[in-house]
Design a protein around this ligand. Structure first.
Ligand code: CA
Length: 234
């Protein structure tokens, strides 16, 4: 999505100018903001296609931007997160950020994440039938049937819900808390070990149904955060 309008929110002006110039050099139109107040003014005035957001800002927490934008739109948000601040990263993802890169980041990584988020927005709409697909996996939410290639998968209700959450989020990071709340309900949001057990079991079933295939690689662990769902392949 060349020519996309990005809003870059970062208070470190040296870093901000460097990132803005790099993105502009790759065909993006970039607006800059150094505070939450400036970011929200720019959001109100221009509605960018994507926001790149530093969380540590001088006036208010960057989470304020995420919460405000999410009340109004599904615009993708890429967070720039300081190393060692796992809690901040998770809080941002749960507030509605779509992805993050950890400082110090490489510009190649920032651009790759920006491009992936924009592809998701501009990508083909879901199938009218509501079937969720990723590689050889297909989940039909109406019939509650999952197939891998031509094989039908025998899943427990929880495994089915877990797989559905993952297939609905191609290219995205899912926090453990979000998956636990979606599949087990709020009471279980700290029971991370349930999730590990269920993800392992789901991977084994996917691998068994698609020996030698890539179905088992649907998600990769994102250390300290949760899981990254691979981008939807054909
Ligand atoms: Ca900062």
């Amino acid at each position: 999505m060349s020519g996309a309008h990005l809003l870059l929110v970062e208070d470190d002006s040296v870093a901000r100018v460097a990132v803005a110039e790099n993105l502009a050099g790759h065909g993006y139109a970039v607006a800059e903001a150094g505070t939450v107040a400036e970011a929200l003014r720019s959001w109100d005035a221009a509605r960018p296609d994507l926001i790149v957001l530093d969380l540590g800002l001088p006036d208010l927490d960057g989470l304020t931007v995420i919460r405000r934008v999410r009340r109004e739109a599904a615009t993708p948000i890429l967070v720039l997160s300081a190393r060692g601040r796992e809690g901040d990263k998770i809080e941002a993802l749960e507030a509605g950020a779509d992805d993050y890169v950890t400082k110090p980041y490489g510009m190649g990584e920032v651009r790759a994440r920006v491009a992936a988020l924009l592809r998701r927005v501009g990508g083909p709409a879901g199938e009218p039938s509501g079937v969720l697909r990723n590689g050889s996996i297909a989940l039909d939410p109406v019939r509650r049937v999952v197939t891998v290639g031509h094989a039908e998968l025998d899943l427990t209700p929880r495994e089915y819900e877990l797989l559905k959450q993952m297939l609905a989020a191609p290219g995205r990071v899912l926090t453990r808390g979000r998956l636990l709340r979606a599949v087990w309900g709020t009471a279980y949001s700290d029971e991370g070990h349930y999730l590990h057990v269920y993800v392992s079991r789901l991977r084994r079933k996917l691998a068994a149904a698609d020996p030698g295939g890539d179905a088992k690689d649907l998600v990769a662990a994102e250390p300290g955060v949760g899981y990254r769902v691979r981008e939807r392949g054909d």
